[in-house]
Design a protein around this ligand. Sequence first.
Ligand code: OAD
Length: 251
Amino acid sequence: MKNSVTGNTQHLVILTGAGVSAESGIATFRDALTGLWENYDAETLASEFGFRADPALVWGWYEWRRNRVLRAQPNPAHYAISQLEKKLPKLTLITQNVDDLHERAGSLKVSHLHGSLNKPRCLTCDESYAFPDEVLPNATSDRESRIDPPRCDLCDGLIRPGVVWFGEQLPANAWKSAEDACRDCDLMLVIGTSGVVRPVADLPYLADKKGASLVQINPIISGLNGVANFNLAGKAGEVLPELYAAAFPNT
Ligand code: OAD
């Protein structure tokens, strides 16, 4: 490895996907049987077209997911990442996840390239919408519950989930920062992503091209296996605490 987490890493980039939250009980997208798209066409649930066609189905699905996240807790992987942030000179955390488990584990700056379940906005005028204070959202535990989306206070438009849908651009500033970080880092950890959704899937290749070491943590083989300098086959919630303990044995 050109650098190691233990020694002289100056800038660590961590890219996470759904796998980092799997041990918190949040389903991944593409894993058989538990996948979030099980029984659904992804375009129906994750596109403006699908939302306009059936707002209650789509809003209800996102409320079901938000409900799941509210009930979930960060797992040891999220905590190990937030601890690494305190130990290293520079750490950039980039996630494809729309949950807030990194933040709740103590990570201070999280770049959400695919948006956030907690940041809905108006489909018409883009005004942000704040969920009412409630212990849990009104979604049931039923993933097929239909819930009418709220209306915008300003223009009465439909409120849409604050996530990036198929066919939409990633948030421009977050994307530029992610690219810059990948060009600058000396080590990149890629954790719990199938690496098939572009353009985020391109980031490890950018870091590799610029000379960074790549380490992947994933229980199964992904497209990155041939590129990564190390493939740590295992669950993030087990591998990351071990990695942290090996890197910082006295803390
Ligand atoms: P996927 O569901 O495609 O992949 C999840 C990955 O996590 C797989 O490679 C699993 O092997 C791995 N995995 C499962 N359990 C794990 C564990 N305990 N520890 C580590 N890894 C584990 O999810 P993403 O790659 O995140 O986009 O999907 C990328 C994007 O696809 C999502 O952000 C979403 C979807 O389209 C949007 O919604 C915009």
